[in-house]
Design a protein around this ligand. Structure first.
Ligand code: PEP
Ligand code: MN
Length: 449
């Protein structure tokens, strides 16, 4: 168990450090009031659940399980609606079933959900009709519409974020309780889209085999699925708006130290991991498992110091190192990082985020990602870990259960011209339902090599 990192640490000691990616709120009094209210509200998750996840992540670090982390780039408050949540749970469950079936190891499901409301941006401001207004930083901070009042950081949104996260989580827990019901209905797998794909026969065999296995177990042990019914489902977000996260960071009676009780796992973004910065200061004192995004620009030595700083006791299951180099850079950078981590003896979970290093804009200016580029980084990452004698234990994907058109490629061959048909994301492009299932099959194929 990690204790508080240093004696001057508190959930708000980050305020004495330089903070990136957090705009100044115009009204300190209103900010203080929202912060105090948020501090007094009940936790969204418990320390037991957080510790259970950490134990399971230790199994991933040991090569005995796999981590599937996925969800929207940014959730929006308006999308806190039943069909969206149902579709997200469905796609995460089905992709996890594919992985479990193909890999034969437990799969941890960690959603980018119920709190993924804040986004890092390259610029604080943008010009709209000759006026300089705040950039949109996610619903937790300001509104999307490009109007100066709506773009003003509003601390009331910290409370709205908490309430939306609570509603999402409540429904998510109920759906996860019924999770195995999905397995009984192969027609819900919607695989027709893959019919023209070279792997279709393999996909179909797999779904049939899952269905058969369920029927067989049900016939010999009818109660199995009622006892298995509760599937584990964990939540995560980038702890970017430190007001939101620190107001929900508390001691618990049963353990030493502090827990961020707004999510099971939080991660440190690629732009906020400076050793002397506010975000690292905050992350030093929490007991949750934490993700660290690593991609260009980065330095090996600094990354090693960061891991040591956040996990001085070398606790297994504490750090998920999420690499996001891009398909053309991964071969040069990942081997060095794996070697350095091994040299230091850090027990990290290795995960690959093949999304954030592979974003580009079409000639028409639409931000997208190519399915083949995403797959290429996944393939390279598996191959590199294998040749370094290391274990790639997870993937980190931006995906949705909805039928959006945001990433090009995949079995249906979605083209650039079709992107505008159903381009919904406020932020980065996500794999749609079909692309997500297909990616799961292909991740499992790589894992098995
Ligand atoms: C993200 O995960 O949405 C993100 C912004 O990633 P990164 O910090 O790796 O750029
Ligand atoms: Mn993103």
């Amino acid at each position: 168990m990690q204790e508080v990192a240093h004696k001057n640490w508190s959930p708000t000691s980050w305020k004495d450090k330089p903070v990136k990616q957090l705009p100044e709120y115009p009204d300190q009094d209103r900010l203080d009031k929202s912060f105090e209210t948020l501090k007094s509200l009940p936790p969204l998750v418990t320390s037991w659940e957080i510790e259970a996840l950490k134990d399971k992540l230790a199994n991933v670090a040991a090569g005995k399980a796999f981590l599937l982390q996925g969800g929207d780039c940014a959730e929006s408050f308006d999308a806190t609606k039943a069909p969206k949540i149902v579709n997200m749970v469905k796609v995460l469950l089905q992709t996890s079933f594919i992985l479990i079936h193909e890999m034969g190891v437990p799969v941890l499901r960690v959603g980018r959900i119920a709190g993924q409301y804040a986004k890092p941006r390259s610029n604080d401001f943008e010009m709209v009709n000759g006026e300089e207004i705040h950039n949109y930083r996610g619903d937790l901070i300001n509104g999307y519409e490009s109007e100066s009042g709506i773009r003003m950081p509003d601390p009331q949104r910290l409370l709205e974020g908490y309430h939306k996260a609570g509603l999402t989580l409540n429904f998510l827990r109920a759906l996860a309780d019924e999770g195995f019901a999905d397995l009984h209905h192969p027609e819900q797998w919607e695989l027709d889209f893959m019919q023209n794909n070279e792997y279709y026969a393999e996909y179909e065999d797999m779904v049939n085999s899952i269905t058969k296995a369920v029927r067989f177990v049900e016939s010999i042990a009818p109660d199995t699925f009622s006892t298995l019914q509760k599937v584990d489902f964990y939540t995560s977000h980038e702890a970017l708006n430190l007001y939101y996260d620190s107001a929900q960071t508390r001691p618990v009676p049963r353990k030493k130290g502090y827990f961020n009780l707004s999510a099971h796992m939080v991660w440190l973004g690629n732009r906020t991991r400076d050793l002397d910065g506010a975000h690292v200061e905050y992350f030093k004192g929490i007991n949750n498992p934490v993700g660290i995004k690593v991609g260009p620009p980065y330095e090996i030595d600094e990354t090693m110091k960061l891991i040591e700083t956040l996990n001085p006791n070398h606790e297994a299951g504490k750090i998920v190192l999420i690499t996001r180099f891009g398909k053309d850079t991964v071969e040069k950078e990942l081997p060095k990082l794996i070697q350095a981590v091994r040299r230091e003896g850090f027990p990290v979970v290795w995960s690959s985020d093949p999304m954030h290093g592979n974003t580009f804009s079409t000639d028409g200016g639409i931000k997208t990602r190519n399915f083949d580029d995403i797959l290429s980084e996944v393939q390279s990452s598996f191959a590199i870990h294998r040749s370094e004698g290391s274990y790639l234990g997870g993937v980190h994907l931006e995906l949705t259960g909805d039928n959006v058109t945001e990433c090009v490629g995949g079995a249906k061959g979605l083209g650039e011209k079709e992107l505008q048909h159903n381009y919904e994301t406020f932020c980065d492009p996500r794999l749609n339902y079909e692309q997500s299932l297909e990616m799961a099959f292909l991740v499992a194929r790589e894992w098995k090599k």
